[in-house]
Design a protein around this ligand. Structure first.
Ligand SMILES: [Zn+2]
Length: 257
């Protein structure tokens, strides 16, 4: 069994083929997926999707790349939703810092810290988006005494950075980047990081795989990502798939089994 711990199946580009994708998930033994949200306008529709489809779980949060549509009242709304302990909401996310966006570091950090505080309050792990800001994110997690852990999604850093996050209770989301033969450093670090700290994710429709034939990445690609990870590791294939599944349940206990 496999879990795609990060995909945006709610995006418009999937409107026409979502039912076909969901049908194929079963055939591929992908029995759960987590949709992180990016901004407040998505929350109601993602909740509705999770109510409609057994396999779908979700996270609520404001992505730093969507600061343009953020209003302060969104966090009150988020708090109200979390107070209802919504079934199938397994994390807060995706949230974090990104060096590549046009919003100031200060604006991003204020929103990130406020959401960390909400995650702590509601005892939810986070789905972390972190681009070229690892040092600062680590400082903030430590300064906030954040204790709920989470997933560093789309991990593509060194073993040393990975271990710093693992020490703080994080696991590392492994996606399509490892399928690219020129991603030599990432592939080397994924080969050496502890298997107990890795999860699978596609980040569909983004993060294209090497030689991907479909226009959009889809949650079905969790299988070729797994095959690639298997080639990079020394452990038995069945041991890897079992451990990845366990890791996902360990970090998102609300998924159940
Ligand atoms: Zn994402």
């Amino acid at each position: 069994m496999f879990i795609d711990s990060h995909c945006h199946l709610n995006f418009k580009c999937f409107n026409d083929d979502i039912m076909a994708i969901l049908a194929q998930l079963k055939e591929k033994k992908i029995n759960k997926l987590i949709i992180p949200s990016t901004h407040a306008k998505e929350w109601a529709s993602i909740q509705h999707m999770a109510q409609t489809h057994d396999v779908i779980y979700y996270a609520l949060g404001v992505h730093t790349q969507f600061l343009h549509s953020y209003k302060e009242s969104d966090l009150k709304y988020l708090q109200t939703l979390l107070e209802k302990k919504p079934k199938k909401c397994v994390a807060l996310g995706e949230i974090g810092l990104d060096k590549g966006v046009s919003f100031s570091a200060e604006e991003q950090e204020i929103l990130f810290i406020k959401q960390l505080q909400l995650a702590e309050k509601f005892q939810l792990p986070i789905i972390l988006h972190c681009v070229k800001k690892q040092g600062r994110v680590l400082e903030i997690l430590k300064a906030c005494h954040f204790s709920q852990g989470g997933v560093y999604h789309g991990f593509s850093a060194s073993v040393e950075v990975g271990n710093e996050f693992i020490k703080l209770g994080f696991k590392l989301g492994i996606g399509g980047v490892i399928t690219h033969p020129n991603a030599i450093k990432v592939r080397a670090s994924i080969a050496h990081l502890p298997l107990t700290s890795l999860l699978l994710e596609t980040d569909a429709p983004d993060m294209h795989l090497h030689q991907q034939s479909q226009k959009n990445n889809t949650p079905l690609n969790v299988i070729p990502i797994f095959e690639c990870l298997n080639n990079l590791r020394n452990e038995e294939k069945s041991c890897i798939s079992t451990q990845l599944y366990k890791n996902t349940l360990a970090i998102f206990p609300l998924i159940g089994d």
